[in-house]
Design a protein around this ligand. Structure first.
Ligand code: 5GP
Ligand code: ZN
Length: 119
């Protein structure tokens, strides 16, 4: 686990070894601006612990964290003034989704019309 964390971009961000723009944080999660934003508001919610590489790793033991991530998504959307206009919460999972960082994270996107279905 130690080696994984050392080589994990999001663990490095949580540890502040890689700088980021933090918009919210608490004991479980750090919310940062995405470095390559796909919308005017594009935030990543990153659990502080590297327990789950993707949603596929989640078990019943993680229900509290999963709930907290969704709750935090709504809270951050409200904080960044996209709650009323609308926003999208995304968890890319696995290769076909384009997941590129193997440390569970939640995207919060808003500030423009978001097409459906997604690409
Ligand atoms: P994924 O494709 O795994 O769902 O999302 C990973 C996201 O992390 C991408 O949107 C990418 O732009 C973002 N990202 C990757 N490296 C960094 C970084 O060092 N800093 C920040 N702020 N975002 C990053
Ligand atoms: Zn990690």
């Amino acid at each position: 686990m130690e080696n994984i964390e050392q080589s994990c971009t999001f663990c490095s961000i949580v540890a502040k070894d890689i700088p980021s723009e933090v918009v919210y944080q608490d004991e479980q999660v750090v919310a940062i601006k995405d470095a390559n934003p796909q919308a005017p508001v594009h935030v990543l919610l990153i659990p502080r612990e590297h327990n789950l590489e993707s949603l596929n790793d989640a078990s019943k033991l993680d229900l509290s964290l999963m709930g907290h991530l969704l709750y935090t998504a709504a809270k951050v959307a409200n904080q960044l003034d996209i709650a009323e206009s609308g926003y999208r919460v995304v968890i890319n999972t696995g290769d076909a989704s384009g997941q590129s960082v193997a440390h569970l994270h939640v995207h919060v996107l808003g500030g423009r019309h978001l097409a459906w279905p997604p690409g």
